[in-house]
Design a binder for this molecule. Structure first.
Ligand SMILES: *[C@@H]1O[C@H](CO)[C@@H](O)[C@H](O)[C@H]1NC(C)=O
Ligand SMILES: *[C@@H]1O[C@H](CO)[C@@H](O)[C@H](O)[C@H]1NC(C)=O
Ligand SMILES: *[C@@H]1O[C@H](CO)[C@@H](O)[C@H](O)[C@H]1NC(C)=O
Ligand SMILES: *[C@@H]1O[C@H](CO)[C@@H](O)[C@H](O)[C@H]1NC(C)=O
Ligand SMILES: *[C@@H]1O[C@H](CO)[C@@H](O)[C@H](O)[C@H]1NC(C)=O
Length: 404
């Protein structure tokens, strides 16, 4: 009896111990960068200190890790955080990460780059300060072959099942966030800020990605708020404010061989304020790849003084003359596009521009409840342009539609 009782007691105790121990290993080990050789003086390069903290966190086998950047200004040359890691990693940034003012001091394409990682969570009230102001005047590669290569602020490549929230990206040199071959990733609560006239400062750029959610994010920058490139599928965008900037752009597509389809995009509950474009799909008129752009839904979208609120441009040719300039022969097939409840004001008289390819006309474009007024005093009410397009309309239609 007493033997059974004490055996039972021992069993209970050991169970308790197992539970307590697993609790302990479930709590991540915290690596505060200040306790690992980093100096928040805004001058010392913390790149080596950060990468060695990353290596310890990433290779830790006994549980997950949390890298913590407290308040303070941490100057950082280019850094790469490479996996695969043994366990999930949290990266909490409450301080400011400060990029070199001189772009030549970053020897990489991307200032802060994450590669080959699963289960990464980045969060915090901190700021990535790209100090782009000093580089923007040097962005003249179209006329100067000796131009410096400018780095993107933060990149993710071959990263799965991960998330970023709450961080601010300020004044990137080139784009702010770049995603390549990233799958199952959530972006939420992010603030992206650069002046409207800063060159090539895309907000969020992605190619070959799938199952990405972007929500509750404010993007004001000098180029596309969001740029969606070849091979991206299942992208869900909601509650985004875009402006200044060039809108949410799919493309440009079709220029290079080996491009892949772009499918299953939804953009909902979004405001474009003072942007040059709003909803935009652009494909090169001289086209090397034959791909499909399909199954897009744009719904509940407000346009405030937007240059071109709805713009499908299959004759994209930013630096004419283009090869097939007169032909208009993009080989990108656009189909199954729904635009519903799009309202507000257009700066251009042409508020709805649907210029599709002659060789691959747009198919099944649905316009439902469109109300876009021209806010210019001259030139009269807003208009729509349709070329090589098949679709349908329902509900309110301002400007007057031009589908058959
Ligand atoms: C990532 O998380 C998933 C699901 O939570 C888990 O199955 C997987 O083992 C984790 N991977 C790593 C590298 O921790
Ligand atoms: C990431 O996800 C993609 C698509 O689901 C998959 O092909 C790839 O193997 C995954 N990579 C890793 C490192 O798990
Ligand atoms: C992204 O958010 C959705 C909806 O909140 C959630 O179901 C999903 O698990 C999240 N994925 C990641 C990778 O955090
Ligand atoms: C649009 O932008 C202008 C100028 O920045 C700002 O004053 C206004 O409040 C914004 N409107 C909305 C609805 O966000
Ligand atoms: C639109 O569809 C109709 C009927 O299917 C077809 O006759 C017409 O050629 C199509 N127009 C374009 C521009 O594809």
């Amino acid at each position: 009896m007493s033997f059974i009782a004490s055996a039972f007691k021992a069993l209970c105790l050991s169970l308790l111990f197992v539970v307590a121990a697993s609790r302990l290993t479930m709590r991540p080990k915290v690596f505060n960068v200040r306790r690992h050789g980093s100096k928040p003086d805004g001058k010392t390069d913390n790149a080596n200190a950060f990468t060695s903290v990353w290596k310890r966190a990433c290779t830790r086998i006994s549980g997950s890790s949390k890298i913590y950047v407290p308040k303070g200004t941490f100057y950082l040359g280019g850094v790469e955080f490479v996996g695969p890691c043994k366990n999930p990693i949290e990266f909490v940034i409450d301080g400011t990460l400060l990029a070199p003012a001189n772009p030549r001091d970053i020897k990489l394409d991307t200032w802060i780059n994450f590669r080959y990682i699963n289960n990464l969570s980045i969060s915090g009230s901190g700021t990535l300060d790209g100090q782009g102001k000093h580089s923007w005047p040097l962005n003249d590669c179209h006329k100067n072959t000796n131009c410096p290569k400018l780095a993107m602020t933060m990149g993710f490549a071959f990263v799965n099942n991960s998330r970023i929230k709450d961080i601010t990206s300020l004044n990137s040199k080139m784009g702010h966030f770049n995603f390549f071959s990233v799958h199952h990733f959530n972006i939420t609560g992010i603030t992206i800020t650069a002046p409207g006239d800063s060159p090539n400062t895309d907000g969020i750029k992605m190619g070959s990605c799938s199952n990405i959610h972007i929500s509750n994010t404010h993007i004001g920058t000098g180029d596309d708020c969001i740029a969606i490139l070849s091979g991206t599928t299942n992208l869900d965008i909601s509650n985004v404010e875009c402006g200044p900037g060039h809108g949410i752009s799919v493309g440009s597509l079709g220029k290079n061989k080996d491009e892949k389809d772009v499918k299953d995009l939804t953009v909902r509950d979004t405001v474009f304020n003072g942007t040059s474009d709003g909803i935009r799909i652009k494909t090169w008129e001289s086209s090397a790849s034959k791909i499909l752009v399909s199954n897009f839904v744009y719904e509940n979208i407000q346009m405030i003084d937007v240059g071109k609120p709805i713009n499908i441009d299959q004759k994209y040719c930013p630096h004419p003359p283009c090869e097939h300039e007169q032909k208009g022969e993009s080989h990108v097939q656009i189909q199954d596009i729904k635009l519903k409840n799009i309202y507000g004001t257009s700066k251009n008289k042409v508020a709805v521009n649907l210029q599709c390819s002659k060789s691959f006309p747009c198919k099944n474009v649905e316009l439902i409840d469109i109300n876009l007024k021209h806010n210019g005093l001259e030139d009269g009410p807003s208009t729509a342009v349709c070329e090589n397009i098949n679709g349908s309309i329902r509900g309110k239609m301002v400007p007057q539609h031009c589908l058959d």
